[in-house]
Write a protein that binds this ligand. Sequence first.
Ligand SMILES: [Zn+2]
Ligand SMILES: [Zn+2]
Length: 267
Amino acid sequence: MYQPCSYLRFQKGYRPFEMDRPWCAGEGVGVGEFVRGMQELLWPTRCVCCEQPGELLCERCRRQLPWIDQQWACPCCGAPLGRLTCTECKKDWPLRSCVCALPFRGPGARLVTCFKDGHELRLAPVLAAAIATALDEASAWPAPDQHPRFDPLAVDALCFVPATREAYLRRGFDHMELGARELSWLLELRLAAVLVRAEGSDQRKLGREDRARNLADSVEVLGDVADMHLLLVDDVITTGASVAACAAALDKRGAKSVTACALARVW
Ligand SMILES: [Zn+2]
Ligand SMILES: [Zn+2]
């Protein structure tokens, strides 16, 4: 199994609060730290996978993450073992390549659920580090265009699949914006929050075909993406309808290429 090496931050010594990120600047030391200390006393941080107190994702669980082996993943849709048996890929797939870190079960599913439905926003850097680790590995393998599936030097900006208005109002935050911010910081890529979703029905209640139809009309691009090579990030890729609709919208506005990445892949 692949052992991530470039993103050691994820392997050891990971501390979610030690973040010199500009968007956390307001918290600093002082009151924020005191409040966090009290919170920690009252509700200790526990591992999202095994409940052990201490870290959001404990070292033992980090070491046992069931990484998708990028060598055998489908270079088009990111499905595990897709190189041998992919049945998901469609001819009109608008993505250059797609890289997913974990299968959507066990730890992969726990991370996503605790992050967006459990409101554990501190998981944003964990999500980003896992995606960065997968991208790092995928950079060693070719996309269908024979270039590396991921090359940070060949990407102009990072964008994310935006939450629907309904989901945003329900949760009070756009979890993928938080994840994308962390990922852009890790990969040193510019964040381009250019995608918005018009009002539409919640994807979760829809079947495969309805999802595609609902999405195709609902994604809009605000901002100039002409001639850009973009990295598009999402939490989970199920049928690929969300990332495909976003990529198609970006393509329509003149983007040169869209490579998708996600924490988890349903398979
Ligand atoms: Zn654990
Ligand atoms: Zn595929």
